[in-house]
Design a protein around this ligand. Structure first.
Ligand code: KG4
Ligand code: ZN
Length: 336
């Protein structure tokens, strides 16, 4: 119908996903095959197993995405694919597939940074949203405050010095015996707990820094549980979860809003798996409201890993003149 059609592939961690989008923002299909159940028994993602499952799933997921969108490969104008950061073996499966289609059908190929993808989920959710804005990226692998000047230029103001936010949620959930992935479980059980029950330390680091450190609070939770047990007291899991969550979010929300004010941005966009957290959304809504900042948060399905967000990012890269060739490789530690 003359509209620009992008096909995108995401396979950086434990989700195999393929999406089709019109004009970069209109999602025709966004098929996500999650391996959570496969990795659950190990309490975390096992890289080798993830690669094997991507390989088993990628063709079926692609076929289903094309079918749901009602298009064929011959209609595709651009192929976007995540090339980093992520698990190298997992990334390679998506890349090999994207390159094969690009080569066979002579379709332009664009490699996408996974975090640029997460930020772009907001363009899908909000058709009128445009840069500049401040982005808060909180996922299982990343915690970043990013100044977004335009669709393809980013300035990372701060990041985590140890664990990512989602990683901290997952590790504490494991300590509390809640299961994997821990973020959504802590979110849920915290609603029944008292967030002020235990005063876990808020780690702000040096004045003016937008960096984070979450490994201390994980130890704090462990020490608290051990000391309660030693004293023969029963541990209230909901209170621990709620207090941990509040301590982590206090720091994240304070720094994100400070960054927006300091850099004169009147918008904050949320991105990454932890952006699905209900308490984070609540706190940010309140603090942004107080400071005249508009808050954008994608629907949870667009917050966690998916190919639609990668397709949107690929579209804007291509429009700006970026194009990859068939030598495109996987970069596990790709910087933004
Ligand atoms: O973005 P994502 O799907 O994968 C990465 O690129 O890392 O994020 C997954 C992370 C996991 O650590 C998971 O526990 C966390 O996002 N997560 C949450 C919630 N939903 C997912 N953390 C807190 N609250 C949630 N509701
Ligand atoms: Zn992600």
């Amino acid at each position: 119908n003359g509209k620009f059609l992008t096909m995108a592939i995401e396979s950086s961690c434990d989700e195999t996903s393929v999406a089709l989008l019109l004009e970069g923002r209109e999602v025709l299909s966004n098929v996500i095959s999650s391996q959570i159940k496969v990795h659950q028994v190990f309490g975390g993602v096992v890289p080798e197993i993830a690669s094997r499952h991507h390989l088993e799933n990628i063709n079926n997921v692609t076929t289903q995405a094309l079918m749901e969108a009602g298009v064929t490969l011959d209609d595709v104008d651009l192929i976007g694919v995540t090339y980093g950061p992520g698990l190298v073996g997992a990334l390679l499966i998506g890349l090999a597939s994207a390159k094969a289609y690009a080569f066979a059908k002579n379709i332009p190929l664009v490699g996408v940074h996974h975090i640029q993808g997460h930020i772009s989920a907001n363009y899908i959710q909000y058709p009128d949203l445009e840069p500049p804005f401040m982005a808060l990226v909180v996922s299982g692998g990343h915690t970043n405050i990013v100044e977004v000047e335009n669709y393809n230029s980013f300035k990372v103001l701060g990041g985590t010095r140890d664990d990512a936010a989602g990683e901290a949620f997952d590790k504490v959930a494991r300590v509390l015996g809640l299961g994997y992935p821990g973020g959504p479980l802590i979110d849920k059980i915290s609603k029944e707990g008292d967030a002020e029950a235990i005063p876990f330390k808020r780690v702000f680091l040096e004045k003016g820094s937008y960096d984070f450190s979450f490994s201390g609070i994980k130890t704090g939770v462990l020490n608290y549980i051990n000391s309660e047990k030693q004293a023969g007291r029963e541990v209230n899991i909901a209170n621990v979860a709620a207090s941990f969550q509040q301590a982590v979010l206090d720091v994240i929300v304070t720094k994100a809003v400070d960054a927006a004010i300091k850099m004169k941005k009147d918008k904050i966009v949320l991105a990454g798996g932890v952006a699905a957290n209900s308490r984070l959304r609540e706190m940010l809504t309140e603090k942004c409201g107080e400071n005249g900042i508009k808050l954008y948060c994608p629907a949870p399905i667009l917050c966690t890993d998916n190919a639609a967000m990668i397709g949107c990012a690929a579209y804007y890269k291509y429009k700006a003149g970026f194009c990859s060739d068939l030598t495109l490789d996987a970069y596990p530690n790709l910087p933004l």
